[in-house]
Design a protein around this ligand. Structure first.
Ligand code: ADP
Ligand code: MG
Ligand code: MG
Length: 649
């Protein structure tokens, strides 16, 4: 969700005037907190997930049987329900009444049809904590659901298939391509959450900074009857549409997608560098395994993830910055959108793998280096700080460099990258954290818990078994491209270290020996690589916990293994199959209102557990619990870096 400062938002021309001010004070704020907190150690492992929900209205359709198009219609109609502002105060009531303490916490998200829920408190270092995740997710879903009308459902859907199609939202609203915030030909401004000014301000300022509305073009999936050329008749408001591509023109197409994120607190800044770096090569793997969004604006895409959509949706670069015009008014050529994969590793060992050029604000770099901030972190920040602030509140312009951090957070929280390195907030007991941001959200709490637990266990494997997954960052980027492709799990190979070099720290050797593996090989293992799940099982075999937790972990790992093997479909593959096998599908790549509504009806059943497609989900369920086991024996194993046979008394 990012920083939610209160106040009066400034226009882009006003914000732009304060751009240098925000950067200069932002970096001083960082230097001040770095000095206070860099040597902070002994923070314990804490972690938590973030789940985003879409509110989908599903009604019995009113079509009469005499309707000529009966054959083409569904018995349902589905729309996005713009009610987040109505339910959020109720969702947040417990937190507000109890001074911040509640079993679940709720935040607004970009769209008026979205909410975000996180556990009331971060989880800790016990393996048994992993068994609480799904129960808490269920509780969250039940909470949202209880506040919705009988025909609205909280779905953990990455992308609503007909976002931006006629009548996709309720109450209805019309796009305003001639003016307003988005100026979209498809998305009315009413879909932007209006309870906080951040979201509209970001939308307008990104568009104005860029000098025109955003243009997202995603290759369409080519079927027998897919139209050639432009997918729709051109209008003056769709001039940036490319032939053979699904064209979208607003921030909401990306930021209106949902995802699944995890944050980890490390025991020190050095361990945070390590986690940030080691999780980086895993991010494309998780993107491919969690792929869940093959349909955009009513068309089947040739990609399976939201990544390119959201990257384009907040791309505020000007033509000069994109390299389309000579640099005159702007300072830099910039290779990527503000929303994209990371560009550099932070740990000392990572430096040899930083092989893509890093555009940096040299003045900021100099200040950081002169202040003694670690060179790799200095470069990382000098890179983030090439961006302008795109949301600023008049009350927040003048800030203390030592007591506040809003200017720093302003730039930091609008660099939406695959990983985020999070310094401790000022005036808190929170330590150095790392956020894993690329996973797509799955339909069921079971799956979301499984993906979260998979990543948490991988962090333990990384720290305990001390394997090294680093590879040139250019190869991570290449893996990112591949991860987004249709059926990446089955059809792509990914660069990865071979097993022989898992403990190697000679970068030259590793670069020379990098191999391409299928996701099955990476997750389940093969001759050249032990496999991520077998490594996790090795870690678990050194650990003890209660039987229920162990049983749940096995169920989760089985899901991940089967998805990687292709024995179970990814959510994206299942959705694509549902669309292309639907009786009214015309092999024209269109996900019509009828198909989409039938799909939403199925998603509701899957979410509620009344329907379980064998090809998507295993037939087992977990032993998740909303409380820790009563008796935790001495042998209870700590999730901490190193397993201890005898836990502290
Ligand atoms: P964001 O930066 O995305 O706005 P938040 O800071 O609100 O995220 O929290 C995201 C996640 O971090 C939540 O799951 C929360 O439980 C978890 N979290 C909160 N405190 C800590 C902590 N000290 N260490 C690790 N994770 C934490
Ligand atoms: Mg969010
Ligand atoms: Mg987050």
């Amino acid at each position: 969700m990012g920083l939610l400062s209160e106040g009066t938002p400034l226009s882009w021309s006003e914000t732009q005037k304060h751009s240098e001010h925000v950067r200069q004070h932002g970096i001083r704020q960082f230097i001040s907190l770095y000095y206070r907190l860099k040597d902070r150690t002994k923070d314990s492992l804490k972690w938590g997930d973030e789940v985003e929900y879409q509110l989908v209205r599903l009604t019995k359709s009113a079509a009469s049987s005499s309707d000529q198009q009966q054959q083409q219609q569904s018995q349902f109609a589905s729309q996005l329900s713009l009610v987040a502002d109505q339910i959020l105060p109720e969702l947040q009531r417990e937190e507000i009444e109890n001074g911040g303490r509640a079993s679940t916490l709720w935040r607004p998200e970009y769209a008026a049809y979205m909410v975000e829920g996180v556990p009331g408190e971060p989880y800790g270092h016990l393996l048994a904590h992993l068994n609480l995740v799904e129960a808490n997710m269920r509780k969250r879903r039940a909470q949202v659901q209880s506040l919705l009308g009988s025909d609205v459902y909280a779905l953990t859907l990455t992308a609503f298939p007909r976002l931006g199609c006629p009548d996709f939202c309720y109450p209805g609203a019309k796009p305003t391509p001639e003016g307003g915030v988005s100026c979209s030909a498809f998305l009315p401004d009413e879909v932007i959450y209006s309870g906080h000014p951040r979201f509209r301000t970001l939308t307008r300022n990104i568009r104005e900074r860029r000098g025109k509305k955003v243009a997202i073009n995603i290759p369409v999936y080519r079927d027998l009857n897919t139209p050639d050329g432009l997918l729709e008749p051109p209008t003056e408001h769709t001039a940036a549409a490319l032939p053979g591509h699904i064209y979208m023109d607003a921030m909401g197409f990306g930021m209106g997608c949902c995802c699944l994120q995890m944050t980890f607190q490390a025991c020190s800044i050095t361990e945070a560098y390590l986690l940030y770096d080691q999780l980086t090569p895993l991010s494309p793997v998780l993107l491919a395994l969690s792929a869940a969004s093959p349909v955009h604006r009513g068309w089947l895409a040739d990609t399976d993830t939201r990544w390119r959509v959201i990257s384009g949706a907040v791309d505020c670069r000007t033509d000069e910055e994109m390299g389309l015009k000579p640099l005159e008014r702007n300072r830099f050529r910039i290779a990527k959108s503000r929303y994209d994969s990371i560009d550099s590793y932070l740990s000392a060992d990572g430096q040899a793998y930083n092989d893509i050029p890093l555009t940096m604000d040299e003045d900021i770099l100099r200040q950081l280096m002169e202040a003694g901030v670690e060179p790799s972190l200095s470069r990382h920040l000098a890179h983030l700080f090439i961006r302008d602030p795109v949301s600023l509140f008049s009350e927040k312009i003048h800030q203390s460099d030592t007591e506040e951090s809003d200017h720093f957070e302003n730039i930091q929280s609008t660099n939406w990258q695959s990983m985020r390195f999070k310094p401790p907030p000022t005036n808190s007991t929170i330590g150095w954290r790392v956020e894993f941001r690329c996973a797509e959200v799955q339909l069921t709490d079971f799956e979301n818990a499984a993906y979260v637990v998979f990543i948490v266990l991988l962090t333990r494997v990384l720290l305990t078994l001390q394997i090294d997954l680093l590879m040139p960052i250019s190869k991570v980027d290449e893996n990112f491209n591949r991860a987004q492709q249709r059926d990446a799990v089955k059809r792509q190979k990914f660069f990865f270290r071979s097993g022989a070099h898992l403990y190697d720290n000679d970068p030259e050797l590793v670069k020379a020996e990098l191999r391409e593996f299928t996701l099955d090989e990476i997750v389940n293992g093969c001759q050249d690589f032990p496999g991520l799940v077998p490594l996790i099982r090795q870690y678990l075999s050194m650990s003890h916990t209660d039987v229920d937790t162990m049983c749940t972990l096995n169920q989760y790992l089985n899901l991940i293994q089967k998805r990687a093997r292709g024995e179970l479909l990814t959510t994206a593959a299942w959705i694509r199959k549902f669309v292309t096998e639907h009786p009214v599908y015309q092999r024209d790549s269109r996900c019509t209102e009828a198909i989409s509504s039938d799909l939403m009806a199925k998603c509701v059943e899957i979410t509620q557990g009344s329907y379980r497609p064998d090809e998507l989900l295993p037939c087992t369920s977990s032993k998740t619990s909303d409380t820790l086991p009563q008796v935790i024996s001495d042998a209870e194993l700590y999730l901490d870096n190193r397993p201890r046979r005898n836990g502290p008394k």
